[in-house]
Design a binder for this molecule. Structure first.
Ligand code: ATP
Ligand code: MG
Length: 653
């Protein structure tokens, strides 16, 4: 061992011994060593990781940390499109599949890396010819078609900042976001397909554009071939622009600290925040996280089922996989169209080896039963992933058994729009650590996560507290677009010097992390603090329940009383007996304090567009308050139903 290695080793030991008890007993040495080394000297660690990318100019400093602002790789120059495309076409990967696209009707488009190269150049030229310049914001409101990642990469190529708006949003939601970023250009399509219906995206954009004086041009991508209104002087068809486009556009060398994109959070807890991500730090972090979490190989066929309109899609459909030269699947339509086995059909068709989905989707499939996946050959699968919400142990087991054939490890990945990439997750790319269903296991290398009490002191094993990140990481957001004050207040005020996630968590005796829901949704029942996620997981472990949402209601005696909303599995129906059974079940699984005071069986739960349960709506309904901003709700019907549930409850009282 050289002296330098020795030093590194002893530093690693020091840092490992400062972890809470339990963690020193980790049997998985390789992960522990890398993690400890990364925290002992983060700058050195991230500099090594950053060398995995191609830079026009290397950085002067790895990190400038002026709390609450971190700027990574200052002085460095690189281009995100170059990382994801150009550098592969210089190798054998030029003939490798980049994107397997599946349309809702079952049509396929396969793009190799060299096709992708050709397209990103032409699209970049289109943008340039319309006057888009470095730093300009471009809004992308497109269905899940290859043109969406191509436009993102084309923006990155010329240094424009993209802001993708999920194609399920209304005109008002688009206008709010564009009003915030002042985008000059919107790219949309003549339509998109969802559950067999045409989404009239262009008409929605027309309505939004009326509210957005910043918008000068609208590009219309051809998807359905439908006749759509074109506004003279403003709207242009992509096809006619491509005819005039140059074949090659040099990628712009971008400062590592230049924004790559602005993306709005899901809006589960309030008004969405415009999260700004950097070019260098974001790419380095995602490049590394992706290999650790998904153990990506040259031969992998990777499918992240999220919409590109969410951070999971940005990082895990576009930037991370493509920067590795991976082959991805991109699917346009609904998971249950034309039938509940559509996703399994796609896994079978393309030989997907790594599959990444949300707990909401997994629970939806669970509700319909295992006969659907059993119709297909899923033997190509090697690794499963989950993100976006706590994956309750019940759904974990179902996923493991019926999708993974009891052979594929599951990576439950915790992250946020703000974190840019995965922060806590098993890391099979480093070492397969023993999994615990429902736990995200450990932080990734370079991520200094802790669970603390309200005074900022680390909690003892088994004690619940707040999840914080104690050191900046390269994927960390640059800011909230146009609102530095909200940035400071949301993330940096609660625990001075540390990033506050807003999530509630616990570490167990072995040091494993468990996510227990949003911190503002922690219930305080008779002096006990219970996470909503823990209660919900317990409810869902009852065989009749498909999904559950728990919330607290002020109670003079107990502090808070527990209100439970549940949807049932297909073979169950609501009854007073079932209510009693559920109470019994909760008393048994968690304890008498977990006994709900009110139970409501509903047809569906209100969700954000990204599929997360919107507890603030449930709460408003249960408390008889106004419902507030509902633009991120999945469908209006469930609100109606909630109102009904609420009204019938009032009658009962
Ligand atoms: P907003 O911040 O606008 O209220 P949001 O927090 O739902 O919206 P996202 O950034 O899309 O927007 O979601 C991040 C949140 O999702 C996390 O803070 C956490 O609550 C939840 N989450 C993500 N992954 C997991 C996971 N693996 N386990 C548990 N919770 C998760
Ligand atoms: Mg959030």
């Amino acid at each position: 061992m050289t002296e330098e290695n020795m030093q590194e080793w002893s530093r690693a030991e020091d840092s490992a011994s400062s972890l809470p008890t339990g963690s020193r007993m980790w049997p998985f040495k390789r992960y522990s060593e890398i993690h400890a080394r990364s925290l002992a000297d983060p700058q050195r660690f991230w500099a090594e990781e950053a060398r995995g990318l191609d830079w026009y100019r290397t950085w002067d400093r790895v990190l400038d940390w002026n709390p609450p602002y971190a700027r990574w790789f200052s002085g460095g120059l690189l281009n995100a499109c170059y990382q994801c495309v150009d550098r592969h076409v210089r190798t054998w990967r030029k003939s490798k599949v980049a994107i397997y696209w599946e349309g809702e009707h079952g049509e396929t488009r396969v793009l190799s890396y060299s096709t992708l190269f050709r397209e990103v150049n032409r699209y970049a030229s289109v943008l340039k010819k319309l006057g888009v310049k470095k730093g300009d914001r471009v809004a992308l409101y497109l269905p899940m078609i290859p043109e969406l990642p191509i436009f993102m990469l084309a923006c990155a190529r010329i240094g424009a900042v993209h802001t993708v708006i999920f194609s399920g949003f209304s005109a008002q939601a688009i206008a709010d976001r564009i009003g915030d970023t002042q985008a000059k250009l919107i790219v949309t399509a003549d339509g998109g397909y969802r559950r067999g219906k045409v989404l009239e995206l262009k008409e929605i954009v027309d309505e939004a554009a009326e509210l957005c004086p910043s918008v000068e041009k609208v590009i219309v991508v051809n998807r359905t071939g439908r006749e759509v209104p074109l506004k003279e002087g403003r709207d242009v068809r992509l096809l006619s622009l491509l005819n005039e486009a140059d074949k090659l556009v040099k990628p712009e060398p971008m400062e590592a600290t230049h924004p790559l994109y602005v993306l709005y959070t899901s809006g589960t807890t309030g008004k969405p925040k415009g999260i700004v991500h950097s070019t260098g730090g974001y790419l380095v972090f995602n490049y590394s996280a992706y290999k650790w979490v998904f153990d990506i190989r040259e031969e992998s066929v990777y499918w992240c089922t999220a919409d590109v309109g969410w951070v999971t899609g940005h990082s895990c459909i576009v930037y991370a996989p493509l920067s590795h030269g991976a082959a991805i699947v991109l699917y346009e339509g609904a998971p249950d169209y034309p039938a509940v086995d559509r996703w399994w059909d796609i896994v079978d068709k393309y030989g997907v080896s790594i599959f990444y989905a949300s707990p909401t989707a997994i629970r939806m499939f669970m509700r319909h039963g295992e006969e659907w996946p059993q119709k297909h050959d899923l033997s190509s699968l090697e690794l499963l992933g989950s993100a976006g919400e706590p994956l309750n142990p019940e759904a974990w087991q179902w996923y493991y058994k019926y999708i993974g054939g009891e052979r594929c490890p599951i990576v439950d990945t915790w992250w946020q729009t703000e974190t840019g990439g995965t922060m806590l997750s098993p890391t099979p790319g480093i070492e397969q650590i023993p999994l615990k269903p429902g736990s995200v296991t450990f932080p990734l290398p370079g991520v200094d996560a802790a669970v603390v009490d309200s005074n900022g002191n680390e909690t003892a094993p088994g004690q619940t507290g707040f999840l914080i990140i104690r050191k900046p990481w390269p994927g960390m957001l640059l800011d909230i677009y146009g609102d530095p004050q909200r940035y400071q207040e949301s993330y940096w005020s609660r625990f001075p010097g540390a990033y506050y996630t807003g999530d509630f968590a616990m570490r167990d005796e072995d040091g494993y992390f468990w996510l227990l829901g949003r911190a503002d949704e922690v219930l305080k029942v008779a002096g006990h603090r219970i996470g909503t996620a823990e209660l919900e997981a317990a409810v869902i472990s009852h065989p009749s329940v498909a999904e559950a949402a728990v919330l607290g209601k002020p109670d003079e005696v107990k502090g808070e009383s527990i209100v439970l909303f549940a949807t049932l599995r297909e073979d169950a129906s609501p009854s007073p007996e079932l209510e009693k059974e559920l109470c019994q079940h909760l008393r048994h699984v968690i304890g008498p304090i977990a006994t709900p005071d009110e139970i409501h069986f509903v047809e569906s739960l209100p969700k954000t567009r990204s599929g997360k349960i919107m507890r603030r709506v449930l709460k408003a309904a249960a408390m008889g308050q106004s419902l507030g901003d509902l633009t991120t709700l999945e469908d209006e019907a469930s609100i109606e139903e909630l109102k009904k549930a609420y009204e019938s409850l009032r009658k009962e009282i």
